[in-house]
Design a protein around this ligand. Structure first.
Ligand SMILES: Cc1cc2nc3c(=O)[nH]c(=O)nc-3n(C[C@H](O)[C@H](O)[C@H](O)COP(=O)(O)OP(=O)(O)OC[C@H]3O[C@@H](n4cnc5c(N)ncnc54)[C@H](O)[C@@H]3O)c2cc1C
Length: 464
């Protein structure tokens, strides 16, 4: 009797193509080899360099502590792959199982991993975006250019959008002694990701560190001089600011355009997949040989009402890549679900911020340890009587405890007696998230409803 089933044959001789050669793509490739895949592996990436880490780009790199080309991702093992770098995938033929490349070539596969991530949302008017002094921050080249400009000592930096990236850029600028204005459409920094209660703390933090923070404001126009250099920004309150650098930090867009017409359930909200990382087609039928991982994926999670989650979290990219890779080379019963509890960190204005779970689902928030005034605290978010998320400011060692609470659907308000409990007791208040239909800077977790197909794009509010 043969012990060599189709899965074992595929492990030995299959052809796997990974599109997107960054964090998720690399970790998936390493897992494939680690778990015994000996077939051919092709890594397609539109960036010219080998995989590097992005979180340091808005932190150590902008502080001048690490060069922009010094964040290469450490390798867990050799992956013996054919690298096709500096060339974008432009199309996918599901029937012929081929990826089309920008150089006109095609790569055939038996199984495909889509890990094309996100890109920075550009400034909406091209002529203004092209002004010398206008930057986005997503790639190592972006970081190198911005670092050089900050080192030249601009008179004032304008950061447009106070999400995590915008806030980290503002923090780095202040640490470099630069004058910074932050313009945010919402009522506070980080409000889309963490709600108004925590947003108020973030606003105080920014102002205490000398940021000229302007909330409920939009930038209506960027103006250049005759030489094409940025000189002024016009704001929705009728005022204008003289600035020579503007950093556009308006959130990210998912890199799915290359999948248009492929028949996959892919669109602006990402590529829909099941909990095993298998992509859905436009009809909501799960595909057999197409897998998705990282920022470009959106998948249902039982802990969060089976809503499809799109996450822009480093840890998710790693965990989902590992599951996707395992499932790509495993027979059905051996496959695993991707049930990672979302977790995110940020470093800004000297504070270490961590979150776990899905804060934007929170209806209420309660400080459970420490105090907001002391800027050192843990707070839990509640949804329908259970703990759905938590955030810590300089209290990171508790994050695993809150993860367990979320996994156990522990009651909210929390009934545990932790150390460092606020003297006034645990008092839930509204978590104060803005209406999710109103665009702010874009949260890093998006709850995108149940539909696996983006043919009908309707917005599903997070707390509907
Ligand atoms: C400045 C910055 C700071 C961050 N800080 C944090 C942090 O503090 N904490 C945290 O948890 N997360 C942070 N993140 C998010 C984290 O970096 C991402 O979650 C992670 O990079 C996702 O990895 P990925 O491989 O899914 O996608 P990406 O890193 O976006 O990689 C996708 C790759 O695919 C390539 N690609 C796209 N389209 C194509 C195509 N058609 N053909 C070929 N290649 C293509 C892209 O160019 C890119 O190289 C930060 C991100 C940025 C930009």
């Amino acid at each position: 009797m043969s012990v060599d089933g189709p899965a074992a044959t595929f492990r030995r001789r299959g052809r796997i193509v990974v599109v997107g050669a960054s964090l998720a793509g690399l970790r998936a490739a390493e897992t494939l080899r680690e778990e015994g895949f000996t077939g051919t592996l092709t890594m397609v990436g539109d960036e010219p360099r080998e995989p590097y880490d992005r979180p340091p780009l808005s932190k150590q790199v902008l502080l001048g502590k690490t060069p922009a080309d010094g964040t290469a991702l450490p390798r867990r093992r050799a992956i013996d792959a054919e690298w096709r770098l500096g060339v974008a995938a432009t199309g996918l033929d599901l029937t012929e199982k081929r990826v089309r490349l920008a150089d006109g070539q095609e790569v055939a596969f038996d199984r495909l991993l889509i890990a094309t991530g996100t890109r920075a949302r550009p400034w909406p008017r091209d002529a203004e975006a092209d002004l010398d002094g206008v930057f986005v921050l997503r790639t190592s080249d972006d970081a190198a250019r911005l670092d050089r400009r900050l080192a030249a000592g601009p008179r004032r930096v304008l950061v447009i959008g106070a999400g995590f990236t915008g806030s980290e850029v503002a923090s780095a600028c202040r640490e470099r002694g630069l004058e910074v204005t932050v313009a945010e459409r919402g009522p506070a920094p980080l409000v889309g990701a963490l709600g108004g209660v925590i947003g108020a703390v973030a606003a105080e933090l920014q102002r205490e560190h000398g940021v000229d923070l302007r909330c409920c404001i939009t930038v209506t126009a960027l103006e250049g001089d005759p030489a094409g250099r940025l000189r002024r920004a016009h704001l929705s309150d009728g005022t204008a600011l003289d600035v020579d650098v503007a950093v556009i930090a308006l959130g990210a867009m998912r890199n799915t355009e290359w999948l248009a017409g492929s028949g996959l359930g892919a669109g602006p909200r990402g590529v829909a997949c099941d909990a095993g990382c298998r992509a859905f087609d436009v009809h909501g039928i799960v595909t057999d040989d197409i897998f998705v991982a990282g920022d470009v994926a959106r998948s249902p999670h039982p802990l969060f009402g089976y809503q499809f989650l799109s996450l822009e979290h480093w840890g998710n990219a790693v965990a989902q890549a590992e599951v996707a890779a395992h499932n790509m080379i495993s027979a059905g019963p051996d496959r695993r679900p991707h049930l990672w509890v979302p977790a995110f960190w940020s470093a800004q204005f000297g504070v270490n911020i961590k979150s776990v779970g899905v804060p934007p689902m929170g209806e209420e928030i309660a400080v459970t340890q420490g105090s907001l005034a002391g800027r050192r605290f843990a707070a839990a978010y509640g949804f329908q009587g259970r703990v759905i998320a938590a955030v810590t400011f300089d209290h990171a060692r508790w994050i695993d405890f809150y993860r367990e609470r979320i996994e156990a659907a522990a009651p909210f308000p929390p009934d545990f007696t932790g150390v460092d409990r606020p003297p006034e007791g645990i008092r839930p208040v509204s978590a104060d998230f803005p209406d999710p239909a109103l665009p702010t800077h874009g949260p890093t977790v998006t709850l995108s409803g149940y539909s696996p197909s983006d043919r009908r794009l309707t917005f599903t509010p997070a707390r509907a």
